[in-house]
Design a protein around this ligand. Structure first.
Ligand code: ATP
Length: 433
């Protein structure tokens, strides 16, 4: 069936034209209303086209359309996926469509994919690529993602060289904010690397690719699968049978920071064996021209013993990042979502809620559609359009603004974190980072 798992029905007036939520019966009388053309809402027009318009149906069959999305050219490709640019047919927003051929996935790849979806569904943060919707057909799975069209950090540094001190601060602060949030949400990324750090066209950073991520029930849970990219891998991944998630992401952040400020990798070798040895030894040299506060941060992160490694809050309180002013709340009350009220749906302010509701209404979504979809199910097109509109409203409120580097303006809340600086880590402190 074109359009995959959607149930397309003959048109009937208003919200039952296209069953978005359930399979309520459509009687023959209702089908007779067919040719009476009341003014159609955009949703009705689209869903009617999806089952009646030849061109639209053809586009659905050949993959030029997927669900409510019009597909355009390829923007990237990964081990198991191709990523294409697409537009939401109703809202016109650009999205990235990650396309996976289910027939090529073995059971392990299936497991990783479910984890990727499971982790992403729980995350809404200005510096994390958002999952809008999942569309499934018998042969393919499509992840509809927030579009980050400004390229990735790896290509940026390879083509333009290392970042300036100020650009490194702005970039690293956003990675730090994203990882702090993920860890608070019990998600361990496990594949943090410059290739997975994307930018929007306005320069806002988005951590992407949750293919190796793991949602743990507790941050102190031991993990036992080696994953990620070897040059970013923490020593314990090569040595121990199990490891704690947060320190592994922290180590990768240290490698990333080194790469940003020097344009080179701290651990390099021409064979895997040598790379492994040099990571386990933890021997690296920070060039002397790297500013002292940044050198201290790198050395605090790249400690071979996980329990001695900086925790996220120590990084936030380090001298190097003190001049950085974050545009969003960094210190929400635990365990709620960290960047908090800004992006927590319960924290939606009335104005934002009204904006989203009226846009949905204009498109033709009724209260019944919204009631039938609890807006949590990623496989519903109603959730997809709701998340897109919500994200748009939040962007208007400045959620994609960049951190600013000021003189030495002190944030009293972060000042409190300076107390962490001299602290040697016990493994307990490390675990709650
Ligand atoms: P890998 O083999 O590196 O793990 P993967 O199969 O998990 O890759 P991704 O890394 O998620 O696939 O995506 C592949 C490429 O597609 C990325 O390198 C990037 O260039 C592009 N891409 C992915 N997501 C987006 C996005 N949200 N916005 C823009 N481009 C994206």
């Amino acid at each position: 069936m074109p359009g995959g798992h959607y149930q397309v029905r003959s048109p009937k007036p208003r919200h039952s034209i296209y069953s978005l939520t359930d399979s309520s019966d459509v009687g023959p009388e209702e089908e007779e209303v067919d040719d009476v053309t009341p003014r159609l809402t955009p949703l009705e027009k689209l869903t009617t086209d999806m089952c009646k318009d030849e061109t639209t149906i053809k586009e659905l069959i050949i993959g030029r359309r997927v669900g409510f999305y019009k597909v355009r050219g390829e923007i990237g490709c990964g081990t198991f996926s191709r990523v294409k640019l697409a537009f939401h047919a109703l809202t016109k927003d650009k999205v990235a469509l990650k396309i996976l051929d289910k027939t090529r996935l073995d059971s392990q790849a299936h497991r990783l994919l479910s984890r990727e979806i499971h982790s992403m569904e729980s995350l809404q943060h200005p510096n994390v690529v958002q999952l809008y919707e999942v569309v499934e057909t018998p042969s393919r799975l499509y992840l509809v993602l927030e579009y980050a069209g400004g390229g990735d950090l790896h290509n940026h540094i390879c083509s333009e060289g290392k970042l300036s001190d100020s650009a490194s601060k702005i970039t690293f602060a956003q990675v730090l904010s994203a990882i702090k949030y993920m860890h608070n949400m019990n998600v361990i990324h496990r594949d943090l690397k410059a290739e997975n750090v994307l930018f929007t066209s306005s320069g806002c950073l988005k951590v992407a690719d949750f293919g190796f991520s793991k949602r743990v029930s507790n941050r102190s849970d031991a993990l036992d699968t080696f994953c990620g990219s070897p040059p970013y891998a923490a020593p314990e991944l090569f040595k121990d049978e199990s490891y704690l998630g947060p320190p592994v992401d922290v180590w990768a952040m240290g490698v990333l920071l080194f790469f940003m400020v020097t344009g080179t990798m701290p651990f390099r070798a021409d064979t895997m064996g040598k790379l492994r040895r040099s990571i386990i030894e933890g021997a690296f040299t920070v060039p002397p021209w790297v500013p002292g506060p940044c050198q201290r941060l790198i050395k605090g992160i790249l400690k071979p013993v996980p329990a001695e490694r900086y925790a996220i809050d120590q990084m936030l309180g380090c001298d190097w990042l003190l001049p950085v002013e974050f545009p969003w709340v960094l210190f929400p009350s635990e365990p709620a979502s960290p960047v908090g009220s800004l992006l927590d749906s319960e924290g939606l302010d009335e104005e934002e809620e009204e904006e989203v509701r009226s846009s949905l209404e204009e498109l033709g979504f009724t209260t019944e559609h919204l009631r039938n979809n609890h807006l949590k199910d990623s496989r519903s097109p109603v959730t997809g359009v709701h998340r897109i509109l919500l994200h748009r409203a939040r962007k208007r409120r400045g959620c994609d603004s960049l951190p600013v580097v000021r003189g030495m303006v002190r944030d009293p809340k972060r000042e409190g974190l300076r107390a962490y600086r001299g602290l040697r880590h016990t493994s307990k402190l490390c675990v709650v980072s």
